[in-house]
Design a protein. Structure first.
Length: 421
């Protein structure tokens, strides 16, 4: 496969199925429209914390580990390997990151945590690629092994360390955080005025320039970096060919096993970095059960994003935003989200009717009416709904986006070297 083939593929004006790709101006317009809609809901509901600097900062911190897990899943599945083991690889990242971090500093912890996740990825690759075991079975096995292994190690390391126990590590030194002087204060002033759209935009920018961890910056750069490597290089084209048609790739001289191994090990390293973020940045201490299922949520974010880095980041950001709403303002913020969901369903209804999909449009309209009624007749939502809001939002978005999803054609399928001969 030549570089010219990569260029031709990259320059294709349309996606599969004849749909045009979204250009940057359209993406910016959609983001602006979404922000304007959230701003309208904030003004109507009076929930001014919806787009505050603290809310944006909290959402980013909650989204990063999910996004890194999703990015790891994307690398593996683009090469044709389903990676249910992301949760276990994150667990290895949290443990090894904290273990090395409290002894030799946070950046050493980052490196060792990435290595721990990569080892989990290597184990998954050996089981699935070399021995051709079912990918789901292998992923579950990796998760169980990682959990048991870290629990066993904690009894011999953290339990005897000052400030540690069998379920948590000593405190890790925090990674340096960036605040842009002047701009941060200006954004805080604008956000406090609660003006329509302007204050919301200020809150968004302020959250990105206030107390931002250097590791967060690294994580954000990995998203466009992944896109460039996988969609703009010969290496990326060959790797993706292994997930689409490994037999054809092999006939063109691609070492399919090698690329699958690389993809799954990188996948584990990225998931491990997500675990490191949890045990060094989000909370500078390792605690048993710290990942909380974020590996699985990252996989859901990747599916929502249609196996693309940008869409995956949007899915992770959505979950982080709703999870942050639960932590900041709780019932009031989630109550305001009822109004936002109702308006979105009205738009979905109008679009479905325009497409002459009358049943789907009517169903969206009925759901929108129910949400409007719920919002109008209540001042808050039950605490159980507040706790479940991030997960319900994820399920709803996945359900609405299911029709446009297209996974790599050979994703999860068994492959043996030379089977096409």
């Amino acid at each position: 496969m030549s570089t010219s083939t990569v260029s031709a593929t990259s320059a294709a004006p349309k996606k599969a199925g004849g749909r045009k790709k979204l250009t940057l101006p359209w993406i910016m317009l959609i983001i602006a429209g979404g922000l304007a809609l959230v701003s309208l809901v904030r003004v109507i509901s009076g929930a001014n914390d919806l787009t505050s600097i603290g809310q944006v900062s909290g959402a980013l911190q909650l989204a990063v580990p999910i996004g890194l897990a999703g990015l790891g899943g994307l690398w593996a599945e683009r090469a044709g390997v389903v990676n249910i083991g992301l949760e276990g690889m994150m667990i290895l990242g949290t443990w090894f990151g904290a273990w090395a971090g409290y002894q030799w500093g946070p950046w050493t912890g980052v490196a060792v945590g990435i290595l721990g996740g990569a080892l989990g990825g290597l184990l998954h690759a050996i089981i699935t690629v070399t021995f051709n075991v079912n990918h789901i079975v292998s992923g579950v096995a990796v998760n169980i092994l990682a959990l048991g292994f870290t629990q066993y190690l904690s009894n011999f390391t953290f339990a005897n360390a000052p400030g540690g126990s069998s379920k948590q590590s000593p405190r890790v030194e925090e990674i340096y955080k960036i605040t842009v002087p002047g701009l941060s204060d200006w954004m805080a002033t604008l956000q406090a005025k609660h003006w329509f759209f302007v204050s919301d935009l200020a809150g968004l920018i302020g959250g990105l320039v206030t107390e931002l961890s250097l590791l967060t910056v690294v994580a954000l750069l990995l998203i466009p970096g992944t896109w460039w490597v996988l969609w703009r290089t010969t290496f990326g084209l060959r790797l993706r060919s292994c997930g689409e048609n490994p037999i054809a790739a092999e006939s063109l001289g691609v070492n399919v096993y090698k690329y699958k191994y690389i993809a799954v090990v990188v996948s584990g390293a990225l998931a491990g970095l997500g675990g490191v973020f949890l045990s060094i940045v989000a909370s500078p201490i390792y605690q048993e059960g710290q990942t909380g299922g974020r590996g699985y949520i990252g996989l859901a974010a990747m599916i929502f994003g249609n196996w693309m880095p940008g869409g995956m980041a949007l899915g992770a950001g959505l979950f982080g935003f709703t999870d942050s709403l639960k932590l900041r303002g709780g019932a009031e913020n989630v109550h305001a989200m009822l109004l936002l969901l109702a308006i979105l369903l009205v738009l979905v209804c109008a679009w479905q009717l325009y497409k002459k999909k009358h049943f789907q449009g009517a169903l969206s309209g009925v759901c929108a009416g129910g949400l409007f009624l719920w919002y109008a007749l209540t001042d808050a939502v039950p605490s159980q709904f507040v706790d479940a809001a991030p997960y319900l939002t994820t399920l709803l978005v996945l359900a609405l986006s299911a029709q446009r999803l297209r996974m790599p054609k050979a994703d999860g399928l068994p492959y043996r070297k030379g089977q096409g001969k």
